[in-house]
Design a protein around this ligand. Sequence first.
Ligand SMILES: [Zn+2]
Length: 293
Amino acid sequence: MSEYINELKFKYGYSEELSDFLSQLLPVIINYYGEEYKDVILSALSNCEIHFQSKDEDTKEYLNSYFGVNKEWEMPSLAGAFYHNEVDIRNNQVVAKPIVYVKSVYYGIYMPFDFNNDKQVSTLIHEICHLIKGYGKLKNENGKIIDSTGLMKVTYDYSQENGILDEKNDMVGIEEALNDVETAQILEMMTGRKQEVTGYKAAGYSATRLLEHSDLAKEIRISQFRGDDSWIKYLGEEASKLLIENFDILVNAMYISFKDINSKAKRELLYQKMAKAQELIDDFVDNYSTKRL
Ligand SMILES: [Zn+2]
């Protein structure tokens, strides 16, 4: 492992702190997801830079120059970090380049990353988990490019002349919720301290309960790493649709801007919608009986 970490350090110019952190984290992640995914985990980290925003760095400018593009990047101003895989068509070839970007500037205030802060560390682990489950998933199907990370799927419309035309995201909510649970469990193993699901709280709670059905946890894990829909076949269209839709409601609620819930009535409506979504998932979990006995 130390030779591998040294290579990463050399390749990306990683700091001592980040290198130490990775040498503690990677064995735990391999232990958590399973030895069978060791190669995927190590390759994913070798193939992607983890970048910490510097003091005067403009995120959009940095990303445009990093990927050689000129895009308007939309991102929530409070997000601590993100994983992005930039997909493009160059010389008739589909190409992709990933990044894990860790923000340090919030509303103009510079707050350097603190490896002793569990909340910040969990943000970084969350993105590394997206990266790992997104490694090597790019494929071309029926004239569309499909990329995925875990259960989450991005479908790109494209043409050879004009490149990427449109993108559509599916199964974001359920994967975010699962990813949050995984992150909390990994951090707990790493620190020995009890960790709460901090990102998507309500969704994380439901996902934790869902994963208590060990057959489901197993099917989901296989699909996450294969980037396929075998978990949907296992559960059936109807049940998986219920989970997908209601996890989306819970996770999307975190991105609703204040102006859309600026009255008591609007907030009530949102809380009701979330409560209903949670209830539907919990009912499913309570009534689920293992299929293969
Ligand atoms: Zn995420």
